[in-house]
Design a binder for this molecule. Structure first.
Ligand SMILES: [Mn+2]
Length: 441
């Protein structure tokens, strides 16, 4: 059964107004270009290209799927009261070959050939080159960085059309995950499960996977960006599955970790799983306006640390375990990122902030206070990654904090757990868009 009810059309005029207001004061005499991008040829593939999507910043303002377009902004060309009038959209007219092979389409916008005259009329002014760069346009790096940050920041609050699309992607993902336990059994391979996921997504009306699906059996669950292969599930294994459907350019991003034999989970496996589950539940509940994402990460890292202390795997005080970098061995990635128009939608820093390491030195690519309308993933994990825990120098350095002999016992039973939901921050309680996907062992 397909998810077919109509999605609301984005209000592109409102979006152009919103982004214009965000950059109007800051642009000075700079002009802003946002490029759609060009398809990337498949190496050696003759006329084949990789799947093409226009740049998210360009798509957000235009809804256009064709390559080669540009939307340009000149803050000096509109009165302050109507900043949205300062946009000009340029696009590539349809060629005769396209009309033959891909059907006739109405291409809105000014022909791209007119862009050079538009630029010539503004010669000497700095150019902020956002989206995909245009060949032959010299950009001002400082203006580009500053205005790109402002545009991303202005895009972070999701409008109604965006939330509807993320909800659709989440609903399709939920239906697909609900079916997975029917296929998880000893002997099933990672590839077979990935195939079920893709077919579930497409069958429910999705455009496809929003990113490369991860299916990791056993030790492969501790390979953070794992590509599903031929490994078959053993009776006592856990399987980590990170997948999200994409629908009309919006994607969900969900991870669940399943036991192959739910009726036969060991105490160590259960404790490991529940440690992540309770850290995740706490972080989801704390997705409130004004909360700093680095602070949320710290809370989750401390909660996982407390779980490992309770299991007898670590010694010490959880906040110190975070500060001293111990938790980075077992929870090496950030707590999450913004999601929606792509799987890493407008993540990054609050404008004006410089890069700073997260708690205990973890690299966290999201550094801002949450606001109503943000859609964020919450995905703590707990892993025994050989590259992190088998280095003799690391073992020596953390010998007072880590009971290495106990770690070496539990790693035979479990190697990685991650649990991830997509959360819409609101003025009231967090709205968990992926809440119906079971987290019960
Ligand atoms: Mn994610």
């Amino acid at each position: 059964m397909q998810e077919t009810h109509a999605l609301p059309e984005p209000d592109f005029a409102a979006r152009r107004d919103r982004i214009a207001r965000a950059i109007q004061q800051a642009a000075g005499d700079a002009i802003v270009l946002i490029g759609a991008g060009e398809p990337i040829p498949v190496p050696g593939g003759l006329d084949r290209v990789h799947r093409f999507n226009t740049h998210p910043d360009y798509w957000f303002l235009t809804g256009e799927h064709r390559p080669g377009g540009v939307i340009a902004y000149d803050p000096q060309s509109a009165p302050a009261a109507t900043p949205a009038d300062a946009w000009t959209a340029f696009s590539v007219p349809q060629s005769a070959a396209e009309r033959t092979w891909e059907g006739e389409a109405d291409v809105p916008g000014v022909p791209i050939a007119e862009l050079s005259a538009w630029l010539a009329a503004r010669r000497g002014r700095p150019v902020a080159m956002l989206g995909c760069p245009l060949p032959g346009v010299r950009a001002d790096d400082a203006q580009t960085r500053r205005l790109a940050d402002l545009v991303w920041h202005a895009r972070r609050v999701k409008d109604d059309a965006e939330v509807a699309r993320i909800r659709r992607a989440a609903a399709i993902t939920a239906r697909t995950f609900a079916d997975l336990p029917n296929h998880i059994r000893p002997g099933v391979t990672e590839r077979e499960l990935r195939n079920r996921i893709l077919s579930g997504f497409i069958g429910a009306g999705a455009d496809g996977e929003g990113y490369d699906t991860i299916v990791g059996v056993g030790a492969n669950a501790a390979v953070l960006h794992f590509t599903p292969g031929s490994k078959a599930a053993g009776e006592r294994d856990f399987i980590l599955i990170d997948a999200g459907a994409e629908q009309a350019r919006y994607t969900a991003d969900v991870t669940r970790t399943f036991p192959v034999t739910p009726g036969n989970v060991s105490t160590v496996q259960r404790d490991f799983y529940n440690t992540v589950l309770s850290a995740q539940a706490q972080a989801v509940a704390n997705c409130k306006p004004g909360v700093e994402f680095h602070d949320l990460h710290r809370q989750a890292a401390e909660a996982i640390g407390a779980g490992l202390v309770a299991m007898g795997l670590l010694k010490g005080d959880p906040p110190e375990l975070v500060d001293h970098g111990v938790m980075r061995l077992f929870f090496p990635h950030g707590l999450g990122h913004l999601v929606g128009l792509g799987v890493r939608d407008a993540s990054g820093r609050l404008p004006g902030r410089v890069h700073r390491p997260g708690p205990g030195g973890t690299n966290i690519r999201l550094d801002l206070p949450l606001q109503p309308g943000y859609c964020v993933t919450i995905e703590p994990g707990l892993y025994l990654v050989p590259a992190l825990i088998d280095d003799p120098a690391t073992r020596e350095r953390f010998v007072d904090a880590v009971r290495w002999s106990e770690i070496d016992k539990v790693r035979k039973e479990i190697q990685g757990v991650r649990i991830e939901d997509d959360v819409l921050v609101t003025d009231a309680e967090p709205d968990v868009l992926t809440a119906e996907i079971s987290k019960q062992l």
